[in-house]
Design a protein around this ligand. Structure first.
Ligand code: SF4
Length: 608
C-alpha cells in the first residue's frame, strides 16, 4: 500500500493510442513526485533544441504523492513542459479537482506526446482513454467548455482545457480547470500546439491508501489543528492573497507604470479589505480548509453578470498599479476577460504596460497600435488590447508573442522597457527593493517567477532587503525548499505552520519509504530537482548571461518607493557568485561534475 499510484498514462495524440507504464521505484526515491518527476521525464524524453510547439515536446500533468488524501492543501497539480515563452523547462502549478481525479483514475502523471491530426479532446473513464473530435468545441471559453464536457460525460467530470488564446497559440495561454489556471509559461500554448482542446476525467472515486493508515490519520488531525489556530491561515481564508497588495506597496516594491515607480498613493482602493468587501463567497481547491479564493461579481465583458474566483494579488498588480490604475472593479473585469480567453494575467498585464510605456516615450504611436491611444489608465484601451491579444489580431498579435519577442520585433530601444527574465514577464515585486528576491528571480530556471524561491525573511524585514552580500546561500535554500514543496505538492498558500519535519512524517506514513524521514534527504531532493532543471537549460545553451535582470533594475534607481526610493541592483555579479558557490556550480552557472555525482545525477555528467 502506498499513496503513490505507481503508474503513468502515456497518450500519443498523433496515433490516437495510449498505454500505461510502471514508474520505477528509484524515480520516486530520487524525485518524490509532481515537479521532481516531471523534470526527470522531460529531461529524459526531450532532445536539445526541441521545438516547444512541435509534436516532439511533451505536455506532462502530474499530481503529488499526497494529493487526493485527507491532508489539507496537498491536492494541487502541476504541468511540466518546455516553454514556448522561455525555451526553458517549465513548471506551472494549479488547483481545482482535476489532479485528484488523475489519482482516482490510477495515475501519478499523464504524458501527452505528438500532435492530433484534428482538434481533439481526450476523455478518460473506467474503460480507458477515448479520443473525440473537438471541432464543435473550438472557440468555447473554458467555463462553457467545462460545462459542455459535464453535459457529455456526467456531472462528476473534471477537466483541464484551453480557451481561444491557447487555440491561437498566444505564447502565454493558460490551462484552466474549474476556476483555477496553470497560468505561467504558456502551458496552454503547448496544449494548443498539440491540437488538444481538453482532457476530461470521470472515474469512480478511489480510496488512496497510505502505507501506514493509522499514523496518517493522526497526522491529518494534527495538521488540521495547526491550521485552525494559525493566523496566516485565518488571513488567507478571509482576505486571501489580496492582503499582499498593501504590504508590497509599503515596502516600496509594488511595480507602478511598468516598474517606473514602487508605490501608488491610491493603494487603499485595491487593498485586501476593499477586495474583501466585494467577496461574495469562498472558493478553493480539492480538500483544503484554507480556501483562499473568493468569488466576485463581474460587471463588464463576456462574463458580465457572473462571478469569477479572484482576483489574486498578481492580477491586482498586473491590471492595477502596473498600468497606473487602482480601480478594483476594473481589475476584476480585466481578470475575467483574461479568463475568458485563457490568458495569463501577469504576462498580459506586463505586455500591455510595456506597450503603454513605449507609447509614453514616443517609441510607438497610434500607427502601431491599431489607432489606440495608450495613455496610462486608459481602461477601454486595456480591454481592447486584451481582446486583440486573445484573438491574435493586429497589434495584439505582436504582444501575444510575449514581451521579450515583442520588444525584439519592435526593435530600437524597446528592449529596455521589456520587463522579463529569460522571456517570462515579471511578477509584482520590484527586485530593486528586495535584492535576494531579485537574485531568486534572476536564477530561476523557469525565468521571472515569484514562486521559484520566496525569501520570506527578506519580505518580512527580518533580513536587510537592500544588502547585496550574503544572500546567495539563503536564496539557494529557499529554492530547495520550494522544489521540495512543489514535489509533494504542498500549496504555498495552504501550508501555514508546516515544517520540513512534518513533510517528512507525512511522506513516510504515506509511502513507507524510510529515506523520506530525513529532512536532510528531502532538502537534498529539492536541490537535485533544481539541478536537474538547470541541466535541462544548460543543454539548451542557457548560461550565466541568462541569469540576468532587466536593464532598468541595474541602471535606474527606483522612484517614488518610500524607503526603497533610490535602490538599484548594483552588483548582481557578486550575488550570482555567491549563489553558484552555494549550489556547487561553476562561474558560468553550470553544475560541477562533483556536485552532479553528489546529487546522484551521474547520468548528467556525460550529457553536459
Ligand atoms: S490555499 Fe488556496 S490555492 Fe492553496 S490549495 Fe487551498 S484553496 Fe487552493
Amino acid at each position: 500500500m502506498s499513496a503513490f499510484a505507481g503508474k503513468l498514462l502515456r497518450i500519443d495524440l498523433s496515433q490516437s493510442t495510449y498505454r500505461e507504464e510502471e514508474i520505477p521505484d528509484q524515480y520516486y526515491r530520487q524525485f518524490i513526485s509532481a515537479r521532481g518527476l516531471g523534470a526527470k521525464f522531460l529531461y529524459d524524453e526531450l532532445k536539445a533544441n526541441t521545438d516547444p510547439l512541435g509534436p516532439e515536446n511533451r505536455l506532462i500533468m502530474l499530481i503529488g504523492v499526497l494529493g487526493g488524501t485527507g491532508l489539507q492543501g496537498f491536492s494541487k497539480w502541476a504541468v511540466i513542459s518546455k516553454s514556448p515563452l522561455t525555451g526553458t523547462l517549465f513548471r506551472s502549478i494549479t488547483g481545482g479537482n482535476f489532479g485528484a481525479w488523475m489519482k482516482h483514475a490510477g495515475y501519478d502523471l499523464i504524458i501527452f506526446e505528438g500532435k492530433a491530426r484534428i482538434p481533439t479532446y481526450v476523455h478518460i473513464d473506467k474503460d480507458g482513454v477515448h479520443f473525440h473530435g473537438a471541432e464543435d468545441l473550438l472557440g468555447l471559453d473554458p467555463r462553457q467548455l467545462q460545462e459542455r464536457l459535464k453535459e457529455s460525460h456526467g456531472p462528476h467530470t473534471e477537466s483541464a482545457c484551453i480557451g481561444l488564446a491557447g487555440e491561437k497559440l498566444v505564447r502565454y495561454a493558460v490551462i484552466t480547470s474549474g476556476e483555477r489556471t496553470a497560468s505561467r509559461g504558456g502551458m496552454g500554448t503547448v496544449m494548443g500546439s498539440k491540437n488538444l482542446k481538453a482532457v476530461s476525467i470521470n472515474v469512480p472515486i478511489r480510496k488512496i491508501a497510505p502505507f501506514d493508515e493509522a499514523t496518517f490519520k493522526i497526522l491529518i488531525k494534527k495538521q488540521i489543528s495547526i491550521l485552525k489556530g494559525h493566523p496566516r491561515r485565518k488571513n488567507m481564508t478571509t482576505i486571501g492573497t489580496p492582503y499582499i497588495t498593501t504590504v508590497v506597496d509599503g515596502l516600496g516594491i509594488l511595480p507602478v507604470k511598468n516598474f517606473q515607480e514602487g508605490s501608488i498613493q491610491t493603494i487603499r482602493e485595491i487593498s485586501g479589505d476593499e477586495l474583501y468587501a466585494l467577496k461574495r463567497a469562498k472558493a478553493g481547491c480539492h480538500v483544503c480548509m484554507t480556501r483562499c479564493g473568493g468569488m466576485r461579481d463581474v460587471t463588464e465583458g463576456p462574463f458580465k453578470g457572473s462571478q469569477i474566483d479572484g482576483p489574486e494579488y498578481e492580477s491586482i498588480y498586473a491590471f492595477g498599479p502596473l498600468l497606473g490604475l487602482t480601480d478594483r472593479q476594473f481589475v476584476i473585469n480585466a481578470n475575467a476577460l483574461c479568463d475568458y480567453y485563457g490568458l495569463d494575467t501577469i504576462s498580459t498585464g506586463v505586455c500591455i504596460a510595456f506597450a503603454f510605456e513605449l507609447f509614453e516615450k514616443g517609441l510607438i504611436s497610434t500607427a502601431d497600435t491599431d489607432g489606440l491611444e495608450l495613455g496610462w489608465g486608459n481602461q477601454a484601451a486595456i480591454f481592447s488590447l486584451i481582446e486583440k491579444i486573445g484573438n491574435r489580431e493586429g497589434f495584439g498579435s505582436i504582444l501575444g508573442e510575449g514581451v521579450k519577442e515583442a520588444a525584439e520585433q519592435l526593435g530600437g530601444q524597446a528592449t529596455d522597457y521589456a520587463m522579463h527574465i529569460k522571456g517570462l514577464e515579471l511578477p509584482g515585486y520590484d527586485p530593486r527593493g528586495v535584492k535576494g528576491y531579485g537574485l531568486s528571480m534572476a536564477t530561476s530556471n523557469i525565468g521571472g517567477s515569484h514562486m521559484y524561491g520566496r525569501p520570506r525573511d527578506e519580505l518580512s524585514g527580518m533580513v536587510d532587503p537592500f544588502t547585496e552580500k550574503e544572500k546567495g546561500a539563503s536564496i539557494a535554500q529557499v529554492q530547495k525548499e520550494q522544489a521540495l514543496e512543489d514535489s509533494l505538492i504542498a500549496c504555498t498558500f495552504g501550508n501555514s505552520g508546516l515544517t520540513a519535519q512534518m513533510y517528512a512524517e507525512f511522506l513516510t506514513a504515506a509511502t513507507g519509504i524510510d529515506a523520506f524521514s530525513s529532512t536532510d534527504n528531502l532538502l537534498k531532493i529539492g536541490e537535485r530537482i533544481i539541478c536537474m532543471e538547470r541541466c535541462f537549460n544548460v543543454r539548451e545553451g542557457f548560461r550565466r548571461k541568462d541569469d540576468a535582470l532587466p536593464r532598468r533594475m541595474i541602471s535606474e534607481p527606483l522612484r517614488n518607493a518610500g524607503h526603497s526610493t533610490g535602490q538599484v541592483v548594483r552588483d548582481l555579479d557578486h550575488l550570482l557568485d555567491e549563489y553558484y558557490d552555494a549550489l556547487g556550480y561553476t562561474k558560468d552557472g553550470i553544475p560541477t561534475i562533483e556536485r552532479l555525482k553528489d546529487l546522484g545525477l551521474d547520468e548528467m555528467v556525460s550529457n553536459l
